[in-house]
Design a binder for this molecule. Structure first.
Ligand code: NAD
Ligand code: DAU
Length: 353
């Protein structure tokens, strides 16, 4: 029988977190879901407006860097599980401001670990600290090979170094204090509600505004893309069936060179808008490469698929089509978040006026 869990989900107003919150609130009415988010530029309550009045949903605005408040929240709400997604998540921003990534991704994770350790003490039955991480901790692959759970960590950007550090702390707490933990490391997500600093929503938004589509370097870097709702389902399965102390890689079995992906996206948008053939491809512009740009990521997800019974349910063709449909029908969502801070970020990153 399912227990009435009290689950803290951090970062639930962000891209992936909002899909995880929605899935848990709707699928498990017997659980109490506490969404803790500081609503940074990437956090947006509009992402989860449809569940905001559910009886089993509670929102807490707090910064995980705030040690005392995090401890107080654990005392007040007596969480018995954590699914930790809150993070600074964008590689380009980590290159211009690494310290923000150390604060949230490392110190913030430690504050959550310490609060859980202090409240759970020796009563660890049915407790779980589930840490959501990234395939970027493994570094960069050449033309062949895949990331396995046993691949040595080799982070190459300030973002991935901060995520690797947080993963190490989670494992250290499991080993030293016997904290029940699970970690999953996922490849690139795409889908509704992704902030338009990331490649796919940035290109969709730029196509709709007839702006250049900035492709870094020669566009030959490879990423392994997974539909966000399939990631949320993997998180659900791992939360309920993952083994204590284990790591699971999550991936889309779906590698694309950036330039091929951007061209495919142009074709999809053009078809949906009845644009002439190759209309949007004319916007593709090769720009200065990202510093230290990882060449290729590719996940071997066979452990998750065989032990936890998960596989991607959506093909890339369908997932991209659904994603474009969502952005076309939610243009006010995009307009609300691309005013203000986004404009400053965009002009600085892409040096436009
Ligand atoms: P996101 O940037 O869209 O959302 C992050 C959320 O965390 C936002 O709602 C933000 O307000 C919140 N947040 C940031 N700093 C905070 C702080 N100090 N205190 C409280 N809340 C804070 O990120 P995302 O893409 O949804 O990624 C979620 C998690 O998944 C991250 O841990 C990321 O490393 C990991 N991940 C992301 C991807 C991907 O492709 N996006 C892939 C693998 C793993
Ligand atoms: O692999 C998982 C990671 O995927 C997550 O941990 C990160 O949180 C998430 O942001 C994502 O990182 P990437 O750096 O791979 O994603 P991004 O969308 O920023 O870039 C995807 C690829 O596209 C990458 O090779 C860089 C390139 N790119 C990106 C942008 C924003 C461009 O060519 N032009 C762009 O303007």
């Amino acid at each position: 029988m399912k227990k009435n869990k009290r689950i803290l989900i951090t970062g639930g107003a962000g891209f992936i977190g909002s899909h995880v919150v929605r899935l848990f609130v709707k699928k498990y009415p017997e659980y109490e879901i506490f969404n803790l988010d500081d609503l940074t530029y990437a956090g947006n309550l509009e992402n989860i407006h449809d569940v905001s009045s559910a009886k089993n949903y509670h929102f807490i605005k707090e910064n995980i860097v705030n040690e005392k408040s995090v401890l107080e929240l654990f005392k007040t709400h007596k969480f018995d599980s954590i699914i930790h997604l809150a993070a600074e998540s964008h590689v380009d921003r980590s290159i211009s401001d690494p310290m923000a990534f150390v604060q949230t991704n490392v110190i913030g994770t430690l504050n959550l670990l310490n609060a859980a350790k202090s409240l759970w003490k020796d009563n660890l039955e049915d407790k779980l600290f589930y840490h959501i991480s990234t395939d970027e901790v493994y570094g960069s692959l050449g033309e062949s090979g895949f990331f396995l759970e046993t691949t040595a960590y080799d982070p190459q950007s300030p973002y991935s170094a901060s995520k690797a550090s947080s993963d190490h702390f989670v494992r250290a707490y499991a080993n030293t204090y016997k904290m029940p933990t699970v970690i999953s490391n996922c490849s690139n997500n795409y889908g509704p509600n992704q902030f338009p600093e990331k490649l796919i929503p940035l290109c969709i938004n730029n196509i709709l505004n007839s702006r250049p589509l900035p492709v870094y370097g020669k566009g030959e870097n490879v990423r392994d893309w997974l539909y966000v709702i399939d990631h949320a389902k993997a998180i659900d399965n791992i939360f309920h069936h993952g083994k204590n102390g284990e790591t699971y890689n999550v991936g889309g079995l779906n590698e694309w060179k950036n330039i091929d992906l951007v061209q495919a996206l142009c074709d999809i948008v053009d078809a949906k808008l009845d644009n002439p053939k190759d209309h949007s491809k004319k916007l593709i512009t090769f720009v200065k490469d990202r510093a230290g740009h990882d060449e290729r990521y590719a996940i071997d997800a066979s452990k998750l698929m065989s032990e936890i019974n998960w596989k991607p349910s959506v093909t890339f063709e369908i997932g991209l089509s659904k994603t474009v449909d969502w952005y076309l029908s939610n243009q006010s969502w995009m307009q609300n978040i691309t005013s203000g801070e986004y404009k400053n970020y965009y002009n600085k990153q892409y040096q436009t006026t």
